[in-house]
Write a protein that binds this ligand. Structure first.
Ligand code: AMP
Ligand code: MG
Length: 474
């Protein structure tokens, strides 16, 4: 093989009970749908070779490249609040870690065939979730939200049976790591203190080298999640399945399943077809993050110290989440309003806008984007409600000594013009199933510069185009 990938696998050097060595299952007739050339270069890979026949073999799981140690990771997790003692990579394999420019990144194939953790699943993915994750994760990156990345998408030439036969596909995912809160929980549930310690050391070395002990690790993970969830809120993103096995300890958005960006704002908005009770609704995401972090702290307890003072200290740290989150959320929404200074009334000012957006059925993205050019008003079914608010906002802004243009520029870089709207993603998937990938590529290109005006992709759905539910990414 001339394709050489700079693997340096550290996870596979952890004890054997952390994973099962397992190769991807070959597919019949792979075709490259997309290769993320920019990302390939960024992580030090030869994009030309990756886009050639050998690259295709690797990206489809038909060949295991030199230096790879394919494995399926084991983990556990709370799914919709219910404990599942064993999960794991049921439709993915980790090829290994790419080490370049001082960074280490997981290279994972998703949809690469059954593993010992597949339970009743087929280990495969159909084209829809692969394209959705590709578009949404790359859009999140362009929006400045920490996320796993999409390196490539290939079609397998095989059919996957879901509600009906659908074309199969594989996503190559790049991540800081795929270690989850649920990975810690797996070992905590087995009272495997040695494993928890080894995993914590691994995560510290890999993601938080400045942390001196597990307490500082806990603190750093809380910080990372604080920032991540606040950023989600700032772009109107709903993850949909914030189970503890879908929360990365590195603080990246991971496992894009039935996720979506909101069109019209509502705090109770839910998209996931499996989220019957709205557990993971937009405005509940910070509370759920705190709940997940409490599970993380519990899993760390055996190495934090089981005694009362340790439990009290960990509890205190978890209880600090709302205040820490509140500060971060305020900073993000202040900049969305073009404000640079802090005023005690800011949380109310933002809350009042959001309340009016909810009752005025206002589009989240267009309202914030339209604050700078006064087009926000037209987003409301009740424009007077916006006018009243805008007066208060103008008075607040006037107390800052910045000129208007500076504020407008600030808003233009805090409020995206376009997001991956659900109805467009569905249209992209429908076209791709019919063999036309042009809409996918067009949308991917547009989403690369989300802060540039783009009248076509900015449009919210017509009433007939609204997508009410997204389905699990299987
Ligand atoms: P998710 O809800 O996508 O985070 O997946 C939850 C668990 O189900 C994970 O352990 C996945 O690996 C597993 N899983 C999801 N889809 C499949 C599939 N098609 N085949 C096997 N396992 C799957
Ligand atoms: Mg998952």
């Amino acid at each position: 093989m001339t394709l050489s990938l700079p693997f340096d696998n550290s996870y596979s050097r952890l004890p054997e009970r952390f994973f099962t060595p397992h190769p991807p299952t070959p597919v019949a007739d792979p075709t490259l749908i997309a290769l993320n050339v920019d990302l390939a270069r960024e992580i030090g890979l030869d994009a030309d070779a990756l886009g050639g026949p050998e690259g295709l073999s690797v990206l489809s799981g038909n060949a295991v490249p030199e230096g790879s140690f394919p494995l399926a990771q084991v983990y556990a997790g709370h799914q919709f609040g219910g404990w599942v003692p064993q999960l794991g990579d049921g439709r993915a394999v980790l090829l290994g870690e790419i080490a370049s420019d001082g960074h280490r990144r997981d290279l994972q194939l998703k949809g690469s065939g059954p593993t010992p953790y597949s339970r009743r699943g087929d280990g495969r993915s159909w084209l829809g979730p692969v394209l959705r994750e590709y578009l949404v994760s790359e859009a999140m990156h362009a929006l400045g939200v920490p996320t796993t990345r999409a390196l490539a998408a290939v079609s397998t030439g095989e059919t996957v049976l879901r509600e009906r036969p659908l074309p199969g596909a594989i996503l190559t995912r790049v991540a800081q790591s795929h270690i989850r809160v649920g990975t810690f929980q797996y070992f905590a549930a087995r009272r495997d203190v040695e494993a928890i310690r080894a995993l914590a050391e691994h995560v510290i070395a890999r993601h938080y080298p400045e942390a001196n002990d597990p307490w500082e690790l806990l603190d750093a993970v809380i910080d990372a999640q604080t920032d991540l969830i606040a950023r989600w809120m700032g772009v109107g993103f709903i993850h949909g399945v914030m189970n503890t096995d879908n929360m990365s300890v590195a603080g990246e958005t991971i496992d894009y399943g039935p996720c979506a960006f909101m069109d019209a704002y509502h705090p109770d908005r839910v998209f996931s077809s499996i989220d019957q009770f709205g557990r993971y609704a937009y405005a509940r995401q910070p509370d759920i993050a705190a709940w997940n972090l409490a599970q993380f702290a519990s899993a760390l307890l055996p190495i934090l110290g089981q005694e009362k003072p340790a439990i009290e200290r960990a509890t205190e740290m978890i209880h600090s989440f709302p205040a820490r989150f509140g500060d971060r959320w305020l900073a993000i929404f202040r900049s969305k309003l073009g404000l640079a200074t802090e005023d005690p009334g800011d949380a109310d000012l933002i809350g009042s806008l959001l309340d009016r957006m909810a009752s005025g059925n206002a589009d989240f993205t267009l309202t914030f984007r339209g604050l700078a050019d006064r087009s926000a008003r037209a987003c409301f079914s009740t424009p007077e409600a916006f006018d009243q608010w805008a007066e208060v906002w103008a008075a607040r802004a006037a107390r800052e000594k910045t000129d208007e243009q500076t504020r407008i520029d600030r808003m233009a870089s805090a409020n995206p013009a376009i997001i991956p709207r659900n109805h467009r993603i569905e249209a992209v998937i429908a076209a791709a199933v019919g063999g036309d990938y042009a809409p996918f590529h067009d949308m991917h290109t547009a989403l690369g510069t989300p802060f540039a005006d783009n009248p076509d992709f900015a449009l919210p759905p017509e009433p007939s185009e609204i997508v009410e539910a997204t389905f699990c990414g299987t």
